[in-house]
Design a binder for this molecule. Sequence first.
Ligand code: G3P
Length: 216
Amino acid sequence: MRIFLDTANVEEIRKAARLVRISGVTTNPTLIAKENRKDAKAVIQEISSIIDGPISAEVLSLESDTMIEEARRISSWASNVVVKVPISASGLEAISALAGEGIKCNATLCFSLNQAILAASAGAAFVSPFVGRLDDVGQDGMALVEEIVAIYDYYRLSTEVIAASIRHPLHVSAAAKAGAHVATIPFSVLMQMIKHPLTDAGITRFIEDWRRSQEA
Ligand code: G3P
């Protein structure tokens, strides 16, 4: 499973990329707004200069023709940009047209297996089931990831599954067990994943034991 970072914070991306391989980044309008950045193009281009994998940037248009125009503009921002398009009727029409032009789409806001089947059929490069938001409404978000991975495998569909809306480290390990191709992870969750009290205790003990042996 590859690790993407789910953030529009450039400093977080730089820090994370010093620790592990960050294979891509996903953003959305909320994440860019959170950074108080007004120019989405500048943010995405900055991220693209740091990470060479897919960088998702989302369309805001609602009609398929305006979505397609917006997606074409977004995809011209950098060679590794992937356009995030919501799974609606307009979104599927846009994904189908864009796939025909060779523009990669990340079919986002996926909350059902049927939506994922349609996204793959439209030619989306990625589909993003939102695990945390399903959990929030009392549905098992990770069960959806498992179902999509199983069906895509069974029918040999090439669309990659990004476990999104990840809220805690258990989501990440469950996504890996479910066979997700990618987990897109907030920086805070990446930091939580590193920590284990036995690692900290082990480091302290090795240092203390070594010091004691030197003093003896
Ligand atoms: O990757 C999608 C993500 O940004 C949404 O996360 O926590 O707002 O549901 P959240």
